[in-house]
Design a protein around this ligand. Structure first.
Ligand SMILES: NC(=O)c1ccc[n+]([C@@H]2O[C@H](COP(=O)([O-])OP(=O)(O)OC[C@H]3O[C@@H](n4cnc5c(N)ncnc54)[C@H](O)[C@@H]3O)[C@@H](O)[C@H]2O)c1
Length: 370
């Protein structure tokens, strides 16, 4: 049997719930070897129909080759599956497979499949282990790491969920080659986020190497994913339940969610694009409040644009949502405590902080100008 090849291994240091994130190009063929010590009996593999068409067969083969009884559960693609109906269907399929509490459920897909599978595994029989095999850039650098799992409610996104850490994460960057360009770029916004929030050297590295990673350079992509995972792992190890530092990961999200809501969570704006514009607005708000040098905000926006990401509200196709509407959406966001909006602002590139002390007038003017 060949040695598993992982170009990078990152550990999420959570004591007895610690786990490894394996990042490399071509990792999929080693998944059987990596999962065999963690699984026995039936191993359900949950995926969506887009990913199933492209990547399911090789995964099932490597699992079966390792002696595991791998069986696929294929869900419809998209947010529609992150619902009570999706949960009912998935948990029914898992129960029909007679998975028990010693079992392991595998999530093969983007953030939708990871969030749904993690949640279903977390509540099934009061908790079954799961493994993440993320197939979008967003999932590889963000949603597969850190244990936040959820489904959506009619009242809003991600409102029904729990913290349930995966047992292992295996990120094969070669899988990203089949990802539509727009999805790849949307995930790249989350990569840029790590540089912007906490590591100016990484941001600088991305200015030079981000275009290579997006252009198919495997080494650059592995490094970008591994470094992002390392940064998220460090934050999650410090603050698993988001009582402090973990909130920094929401840089750009208060604005981004409002933009997504104002565009009806439609194809006019995908999540990562909302985050990109949201981060640009957070930089602009920080400059307006005298907290951040203007040249850092300009440099940040320049990199978003050079990468092909939107950087301003006017970049949204089909008309610009108004400031009043956006503020209304922000007020409904779950990041509101005691009637005050929580923002992640910056003192400069790589220096984000959490604040609730932001005058509404400044927010309004950034939303009108940005
Ligand atoms: N849990 C967390 O911490 C966390 C963090 C951020 C986002 N999220 C959640 O993640 C979700 C978004 O995730 P996403 O952007 O990965 O979306 P997604 O899972 O819907 O995937 C996007 C699209 O790409 C397709 N796809 C996936 N991998 C592919 C591949 N390799 N080749 C071709 N097509 C592929 C999917 O079928 C889908 O159509 C949202 O529901 C969001 O709430 C969760």
């Amino acid at each position: 049997m060949s040695e598993p090849v992982s170009d990078s291994k990152v550990t999420v240091g959570l004591g007895e719930r610690a786990y490894d994130i394996h990042v490399g190009s071509g990792m999929l063929k080693h998944v059987g070897e990596l999962l065999a010590p963690l699984a026995k009996g039936v191993v359900p593999v949950v995926t969506d129909s887009h990913v199933a068409d492209i990547h399911l067969t090789p995964l099932l083969e490597t699992l079966r080759h390792a002696g595991l009884d791998a069986r696929a559960i294929v869900m419809p693609p998209g947010e529609v599956s992150k619902s009570f109906a999706g949960l009912e269907r998935l948990s029914g399929a898992l129960l029909d497979m007679e998975i028990d509490r010693k079992g392991l459920v595998v999530a093969l897909g983007g953030g939708v499949i990871g969030d749904l599978t993690g949640f279903a595994a977390g509540v099934l029989k009061r908790g079954v282990a799961f493994a993440q095999i993320p197939t979008t850039l967003l999932a590889q650098v963000d949603s597969s790491v850190g244990g936040k799992t959820a489904i959506n409610a009619p009242q809003g996104k991600n409102l029904i969920g729990l913290f349930h850490q995966p047992r292992i994460v295996i990120a094969d960057t070669a899988l990203l080659k089949t990802l539509p360009r727009r999805e790849l770029l949307a995930g790249y916004a989350e990569v840029v986020k790590y540089g912007a929030l906490g590591d100016v050297n990484f941001f600088e590295w991305l200015e030079l190497n981000g275009p290579k990673a997006l252009g198919g350079d495997e080494n650059a992509m592995v490094k970008a994913v591994a470094h992002s995972c390392q940064m998220k792992a460090d934050i999650v190890a410090r603050d698993e339940r988001e009582t402090g530092d973990r909130a920094l990961l929401n840089l750009g999200h208060t604005f981004g969610h409002a933009l997504e809501a104002a565009t009806g969570f439609s194809s006019r704006l995908v999540h990562g694009e909302g985050v990109a514009i949201g981060m640009a607005l957070a930089f602009q708000l920080s400059v307006k409040l005298g907290l951040c040098p203007g040249q850092d905000a300009e440099r940040f926006v320049r990199h978003l644009k050079a990468s092909g990401l939107p950087a301003s509200i006017s970049d949204i196709a089909g008309g610009r949502p108004g400031a009043a509407e956006l503020i209304r959406h922000m007020a409904h966001d779950k990041k509101v405590t005691d009637g005050k909006l929580t923002f992640i602002l910056v003192h400069g590139l790589g220096r984000a902080f959490v604040t609730r002390d932001v005058p509404l007038e400044a927010v309004k003017s950034v939303l009108t100008e940005g």
